[in-house]
Design a protein around this ligand. Sequence first.
Ligand SMILES: N[C@@H](CCC(=O)N[C@@H](CS)C(=O)NCC(=O)O)C(=O)O
Length: 214
Amino acid sequence: MKLYNMDLSNFATKCRIAIYEKNAAIEIVPVPGGSLKSPEYLAVYPLGMVPSLDTGHGVIGESQAIVELVNDNFDGPSLLPADPVDKAKVRFLCGLHDTHLEPPLRAMFGHINPDKRDPDLVDEKLAVVNAKLDAIEAAMSGDPFLAGADFSLADCALASTGSFLEKFIPVLGGDAFPDSRPKLKAWWAQVQSRPSVNKALTEHREAIKQTFGM
Ligand SMILES: N[C@@H](CCC(=O)N[C@@H](CS)C(=O)NCC(=O)O)C(=O)O
């Protein structure tokens, strides 16, 4: 199997965390042609997005589909609980991250530079991001991990966006991990030292530094 990757992509970072966690024999490669919309990459994956995974039996996209395949296909402790309700809670947390938290955060990327900032848009999106972080805090059932005693796909998902939250939200006038979100704050403080997370976030942070200079 082969993961088409960009270190700057948080959704690809989510997949790399799962791959490192499972020690999965998956080759991690840049997109062919040097850009997401190159003819070479569009021929591989017509959506022209990362991550995508060459399974050996066709290419699939969507980080959640990829991490579930990584989890199911490789040895090592499962990143999904066996109990159906607990499993649904992990997938719910993944969805809160992928579908609800990430898009309004992404909408502010073009506004990090104060010279290019629309303050009204930032106010609006920051309020949405804060509401979603509060929802994640409320949904966190676990200690020390997001969904319980075991590291799960939910941790892969939210940790992948941790570097963006930690770097960008303060610049935009907020705080993603304040005392008023004690579970999230404690989680973020400790999850970064897990080897799989640390490796993927080191790559992600380096790419953020190169792109955003921070
Ligand atoms: N829902 C997708 C989102 C992937 C995504 O948004 N990838 C970004 C990079 S982080 C991308 O490829 N953007 C290029 C584009 O939207 O054309 C997933 O979970 O994998």
